[in-house]
Design a protein around this ligand. Structure first.
Ligand code: UDP
Length: 240
């Protein structure tokens, strides 16, 4: 008998900051290897995994716009290109340990990766391949969290698993306030009305409108990624 898990198909969001780990450069190979190993373990169990990667470890459009005449849209295109670099790195790590992986980009870069084609992405997943979605939504003024919510809805994944460097959603910044407390299970309304830093508003409302639960968890704790994918309780959940 095949063991049954909570989710059949998940959308894992890995932020750029998480990929940076404590490496002095942009991407920590220890982090990409840890992700690859844990994803390998769950794909072997038959759970389908799609990944959206961020780019904040390399370039964040919103914080660079305005420098030396850089307009926001151009800055955001650079940010989207940064996510492609992370995606290629992660793909290479996954394939080095034998996980078939495809990168699909939101705008065409055919020499580097496949273009995003929804049906093709779903087909890859059905065949047990991991699909990494890069270049966000392909549009400036959006984030990769919004891309995660969008792709999750498009491919009928059941949950957005947001991997971060913290244990969940605190009522204050735990790095500044040692008394900051973790929230219990949250509703979408609590997140938007209290402006909690789960995701930006566009992303969280897209999840709400499509009844997509969001699980925020700490990827730096070994085992957490596979636990989250298997539907075991890690971190905080919104809208469940
Ligand atoms: N970005 C964008 N449109 C998108 C997704 C991302 O313009 O749909 C740009 C934006 O400049 C953003 C950067 O890509 O700052 C990196 O993405 P993000 O900040 O979401 O990455 P993360 O915070 O997850 O590392």
């Amino acid at each position: 008998d095949k063991p049954s898990f909570k989710w059949r198909r998940v959308l894992l969001k890995v932020s750029g900051e998480a990929l940076a780990g404590d490496h002095s450069e942009n991407i920590d190979p220890k982090v990409t290897m840890a992700i690859a190993r844990e994803v390998a373990a769950v794909t072997r169990l038959g759970i389908e995994v799609a990944i959206v990667v961020g780019g904040g470890n390399i370039f964040r459009g919103s914080s660079r716009a305005g420098c030396s005449g850089l307009d926001r849209s151009s800055a955001d295109y650079i940010g989207m290109l940064a996510t492609v670099m992370n995606a290629i790195f992660l793909q290479a790590t996954m394939e080095s340990i034998g996980i078939p992986t495809r990168v699909q980009t939101a705008f065409r870069m055919s020499e580097v990766a496949e273009p995003y084609i929804r049906r093709r992405a779903v087909r890859h997943l059905e065949k047990g391949r991991v699909v990494i979605f890069a270049a966000g939504t392909g549009n400036p003024f959006f984030t990769t969290d919004t891309a995660a919510a969008l792709r999750c809805a498009e491919i009928n994944a059941e949950v957005v698993l947001k991997a971060t460097n913290v244990d969940g959603v605190y009522d204050d910044d735990p790095r500044r306030n040692p008394n900051a407390r973790l929230h219990d299970t949250l509703t979408y309304h609590e997140v938007t009305s209290k402006d909690l830093s789960v995701m930006d508003m566009t992303a969280i409302t897209l999840c709400q409108e499509n009844n997509i639960p969001v699980v925020v968890f700490n990827l730096t704790k070994p085992g957490n990624i596979s636990k989250a994918i298997k539907g075991e309780r890690v971190g905080e959940s919104v809208g469940e």
